[in-house]
Design a protein around this ligand. Structure first.
Ligand SMILES: [Zn+2]
Length: 345
């Protein structure tokens, strides 16, 4: 909606107006050539073809009797890469899909935070909620753990002000960026080792889960045939058969989607060398970063974990942990420590 508003304000011709100007006919006629619908923008953002591929089987029809076009789930699409020049980089496209999946709640005041959807509670893992009111000054906006409710919640408040969070994240990014750009080779070496250990672990566990799910899926197929035969042989009532087959179908659908996310995870892990290079490239791109923009944030950061404030020193100290995009957690303190030792050696 925000993009549509901006395009309308900038008087960019909408797709129908553009087609008309090229002498092509359009189904929809909009009297205002500069009016953009939110849906048009969504359609463009989700269009994988812009990354240079061809996508087939996006819709299907049930049978020759029912010709209604239905949306085919993405895992059933056939994607042919590099069939025409890209106009959007694949990693940008992927990032956009990630951002769209996150619930980006706009508050009633219309204010929103670039951190929305990225901040998690370190203790309970819940997303932290963005709180603001129209009377708040910027310094009063804050995040609290989603499991916190004044007396009854299952987690403590984990309160962090948005300006504090911004400063902490910016500092963290600056340290990491300057480290990566100054010691690229050493960083690559350490991260390759760390990531391949981690990755081997993840792949092993994902593959084990995958095998279990696939086994269960095959079992369900056999069970389904069994109840079908029992039903035909009148050993199982139609009503009971309908109920059981519905249960099987639900479980089957759930298993199938779990199998796909495991497969995606395995493929993702196996691309880690590529991801590491991409991260280094991005760090270089943001060399000298002195102000955090939403775009830089999304390109570098996947999630931010906020720890409970530490008041042991009498002052309120708050720590955060950043899960970086593409590479995960970076042991920056250890890296800096090692650097110091190498300098003195
Ligand atoms: Zn919590």
């Amino acid at each position: 909606m925000q993009i549509a508003k901006a395009l309308t304000a900038a008087k960019v011709p909408n797709p129908s107006a553009y087609k008309n100007s090229r002498g092509l006919t359009t189904r929809h006629f909009d009297s205002d050539p500069y009016h953009w619908n939110a849906n048009t923008v969504v359609h463009i953002l989700e269009r994988k073809e812009y990354t240079g591929c061809t996508v087939n089987f996006k819709t299907y029809t049930n049978s020759i009797w029912d010709k209604k076009q239905r949306d085919n789930p993405e895992e059933n699409w056939a994607v042919f890469e590099n069939t025409h020049p890209e106009i959007i980089k694949p990693d940008v496209f992927k990032k956009v899909q990630e951002i769209r999946k996150q619930r980006h709640r706009r508050t009633r005041t219309g204010k929103s935070s670039m951190f929305s959807g990225l901040v998690y509670c370190e203790d309970c893992g819940a997303k932290m909620r963005y709180c603001t009111t129209k009377d708040f000054e910027k310094r009063q906006d804050h995040f609290v753990c989603g499991n916190y409710k004044s007396n009854t919640g299952s987690c403590t408040i984990h309160f962090i002000r948005a300006v504090v969070l911004e400063q902490l994240v910016l500092n963290n990014l600056q340290v990491v960026i300057s480290y990566v750009t100054a010691h690229e080779n050493y960083f690559r070496q350490v991260m390759t080792e760390k990531m391949s250990l981690k990755s081997a672990e993840i792949v092993k566990s994902a593959k084990r889960k995958l095998a279990q799910k696939e086994k269960r899926l095959a079992e369900l197929d056999r069970l389904f045939i069994k109840i079908y035969e029992d039903n035909v042989a009148a050993k199982l009532s139609d009503e009971r058969f309908a109920m059981m087959s519905e249960q099987y179908e639900d479980e089957q659908a759930k298993l199938k989607s779990e199998i796909i996310s495991l497969q995606v995870e395995i493929a993702e892990q196996e691309r880690q060398a590529e991801n590491l290079e991409l991260f280094i490239k991005r760090a270089r791109k943001y060399e000298g970063l002195n102000e955090l923009t939403p775009y830089a944030l999304r390109e570098l950061v996947k999630a931010i974990y906020v720890e409970k404030p530490d008041k042991s020193s009498g002052k309120r100290k708050q720590k955060i942990r950043i899960q970086y995009d593409l590479v995960g957690f970076i042991p920056i303190n250890e890296l800096l420590q090692a650097e110091k030792q190498r300098e003195t050696a």
